[in-house]
Design a protein around this ligand. Structure first.
Ligand code: C5P
Length: 229
């Protein structure tokens, strides 16, 4: 399938940088679809941990994992600037957001065959009038011909603080220093894996959001959209 006809904006970057929020805001401005690619890894991790509650991700049979990733019965709805995710008939929007599920997602995301299994599904999100895609390899692997690639970054401390606030607001009890360490481990794994490691595409625009709020980052991205799209 050609990815040139329908425009794609890629938002890549490390954990907790605010990609999801910015993705929703930009898609809202443009009236475009969104792809939260991390959710597919998280949902695969959720299925996996339900089927094999005591097993480490790296101990599972790869063929089973690929089968699972290929057959996820998942649907997405964009409601009032929020993404609602259904697995079969179950609303799993909140369930997959835990740090534990992020960690498991990152463990299975190192497996090339799992990434391959999720590739066509991610590209199927490409529908008119356009797509805003967030993840780690949107600009480098999934949509390399996209019209605009943005790489969002921020210091680990700032990202941990943002994630801490997000989880607290949802009533989830977390420890800030544990969160800093979890983000560090996950970034390290995502950046150093062999398959589709997290890195800016060579033609990406890098935005350091450490000192910017959501509106400022959205404005900056929209500035580039006006130039390029
Ligand atoms: O973005 P999110 O935190 O939901 O992603 C969870 C994990 O899924 C990441 O830490 C990463 O390991 C993996 N992921 C990936 N490629 C993507 C999106 C997410 O490897 N495009």
């Amino acid at each position: 399938m050609s990815t040139t006809a329908i425009p794609v904006i890629c938002l890549d970057g490390p954990s907790g940088v605010g990609k999801g929020t910015i993705c929703l805001a930009v898609a809202g401005h443009l009236g475009w679809h969104i792809l939260d690619s991390g959710s597919l890894y998280r949902i695969t991790a959720l299925q996996f941990s339900r089927l094999f509650p005591d097993m480490a991700a790296n101990a599972v049979d790869e063929a089973q994992l690929v089968e699972m990733a290929s057959n996820l019965s998942v649907s997405y709805r964009q409601i009032n600037n929020e993404l609602v995710i259904m697995l079969n008939e179950e609303d799993i929007t909140q369930l997959i957001r835990s740090e534990k599920m992020g960690e498991k997602a990152s463990q299975i995301a190192v497996i090339p065959s799992v990434r391959e299994a999720l590739l066509a599904r991610q590209r199927a999100f490409l529908q008119a009038p356009g797509l805003v895609a967030d993840g780690r390899d949107m600009g480098t692997v999934v949509f390399p011909e996209s019209v605009l690639k943005i790489y969002l970054t921020a210091s680990p401390e700032e990202r941990a603080k943002r994630r801490y606030k997000q989880l607290k607001d949802k009533g989830i009890d977390v420890n800030l220093s544990a969160l800093v360490e979890e983000l560090r481990v996950r970034d390290d794994r995502d950046m150093n894996r062999k398959a589709a490691p997290l890195k800016p595409a060579s033609d990406a625009i890098i935005i350091d959001t450490s000192t910017l709020n959501i509106e400022q980052v959205t404005d900056e991205v929209m500035h580039w959209v006006d130039q390029r799209v």
